[in-house]
Design a protein around this ligand. Sequence first.
Ligand code: 2RA
Length: 354
Amino acid sequence: PSPTLAVVGATGSVGTVMLELLSSRRNVWGEIRLIATARSAGKMLTCRGEQLVVRELTAEAFDGVDVAMFDVPDDVSAQWAPVAVARGAIVVDNSSAFRMDPEVPLVVPEVNREVAGYRPRGIVSSANCTTAAMIMAVAPLHYEYGLRELVLASYQSASGAGQYGIDTLHDQLTKVAGDRLLGSRPGNVRQAVGDDLGPFPAPLALNVVPWSGQLADLGWSSEELKLRNESRKILGIPALKVAATCVRVPVVTGHSVAVHAVFASEVTADGARQVLRNAPGVILVDDPEAGEFPMPIDAVGTDPSWVGRIRRAMDDPRALSLFVTGDNMRKGAALNTVQIAELIAAEISKRGES
Ligand code: 2RA
């Protein structure tokens, strides 16, 4: 029989995209079970054209589950993923709870699908949304030219902070719309936006906020350390030098990253384009003269990472700059998790056949 899948966090903004993907991708699942905290239990949601009731997150909810996808806060994953494993499920977790655990593979299937099979804890972690978008372009270049250093600047959308982030941005835009003087004098955007900052530390409308996540070591943010540590783990380069600056921008959905990459060997823009043209899950959009750039308003709702602005550094033949953008709710979260779950479903089905 086809494996049973649980979606934990089914009622969240990423969970909603997971159900859309499960309804549109080739179906590999038997029963699909929707699980959420008690607050959401009892809701009816549609998946694969059928109405499903959301069950409460309990140990028994995992009985008979083969694969459980989690999109819940870190502390909920930390508590409940081991419970699901104890009940016989393999967990694919989209939180950061286990990403740096040496016994948990951190996977972006197009880049390192082979590590998903070694999971001594029965848990596989999916990469953070910003890492996933960026690594889709950087990994094929690493395999070709040997990556040594990354200097990154992210432009992260409001939906990275969930529906609350989206609602906050739209509310703030409504407050600033129509007043052409806003943004031209100190503090008047703050005044127009008022104290409704939502999940952000400062007004987002008509602004950029050079902060995402929580304060971590030595002034770096948790998001910046995720880009550094996750890139090292996924690419298997423990000594990779990474300097990231994560910035929140007034975009609804679509994370972008400006990438400066230094390689071991010489690289050319044309050579890099050729590599990326053949890379899985990447769309090349690189014709500045024609006004063609990778942008969140085009990438939103699509699966690939959109890559462009490819140019060799003026001062170093081993260095390349480029710009990548991707839908942080899809490849950045729901799609990557679903793809890993499908990898495991194929494993289970093959075992079942043998
Ligand atoms: C953000 N990457 O963008 C974080 C979590 N999705 O807020």
